[in-house]
Design a protein around this ligand. Structure first.
Ligand code: GLU
Length: 286
């Protein structure tokens, strides 16, 4: 294995591994193996109010039932606060961060006054850090961010207009996902990110942060989500069922079809992974 390809699966330990997260684990693993690269597990436990004690071990054990294990020691985000602080400090130094005193309801009221769609920060605290800052935001700029996703194709977003200045450090003092994921992907030398399509529209924020921090931008591939019977994304927080492990091969075959493959019919997990990686490599050569 070499440094030319480093990929990861980065679950948040907010519940057991469900079929949706298993599909992401599978796709990221196959992409790494197809490139003869390294596949790492990183536990994204930076949100104690949402994290469930023991879910990290449970996820790692479940992955093991499918013969998936990290090629390097697993990284836990709770060990990484100093690194997030250092990146934050350098962004502060460069004038890219400001304190924000807005509550959720103030943001909502102001957005409505300005006629902005929901979820966009209206920039209330942009010109003048208020003394009573609750959270800390990244100052976005006007340049739209464009990248080519390996599955979804070209994608462009004006982070400033479509998202607004986003939070790096939350009002409860916790680090935001956007900062943590960028710092860890960079420090771990990740070259390829394979994850669910729900994060496609987060990617421009991450690229904006990579540019501000002067770190490389990996390549991205966002896979289709696994939906439940009502067409909603499976989510650990909403109690999606644990992926069944009694017949792991049939689960893998089903997820493989979901990812657009054709029936493999392997007689062992290891045979499945090896055939699937070859087929994956033909489809996603880059
Ligand atoms: N921790 C995130 C999640 O479980 C995934 C982050 C990522 O792959 O960038 O949804």
């Amino acid at each position: 294995m070499s440094d030319h390809y480093r990929g990861r699966f980065a679950p948040s330990p907010t519940g057991p591994l469900h079929l949706g997260s298993m599909a992401c684990a599978m796709a990221s693993f196959l992409d790494a193996r197809a490139h003869d690269g390294a596949w790492l597990i990183r536990i994204e436990d930076i949100d104690p109010p949402r994290d469930i004690p023991g879910a990290d071990k449970d996820i790692i054990d479940t992955l093991g039932r499918f013969h998936l294990s990290s090629d390097e020691p697993i990284l836990w985000q709770h060990d990484r606060y100093d690194h997030y602080q250092a990146a934050f400090d350098s962004l502060v130094h460069d004038g890219r961060v400001y304190g924000c005193s807005c509550t959720r309801s103030q943001i909502k009221t102001r957005s409505e006054e300005l006629g902005l769609p929901g979820g966009i920060y209206p920039g209330t605290c942009r010109s003048g850090a208020s003394a009573d800052a609750r959270s800390w935001r990244f100052r976005t700029d006007a340049e739209p961010i464009a990248f080519v996703d390996r599955a979804c194709g070209p994608y462009t977003q004006s982070v400033e207009k479509e998202v607004g200045d986003f939070v790096l450090k939350r009002a409860d003092g916790l680090w935001a996902y956007q900062l943590a994921v960028v710092v860890d992907d960079a420090d771990q030398g990740m070259t390829h990110i394979v994850r669910g399509r729900d994060l496609l529209d987060n990617t421009p924020r991450q690229i904006a942060l990579q540019r501000a921090l002067g770190v490389p931008t990996p390549s991205y591939l966002h896979i289709d989500l696994v939906l439940n019977n009502s067409g909603q994304k499976l989510s650990k927080q909403q109690g999606a069922a644990r992926v069944p492990t009694e017949a792991p091969l049939s689960v893998l075959e089903a997820l493989w079809l979901h990812l657009g493959g054709e029936k493999i019919g392997a007689d062992s997990l290891d045979a499945f992974w090896s055939i699937a990686a070859q087929l994956w490599g033909r489809r996603y050569a880059r």
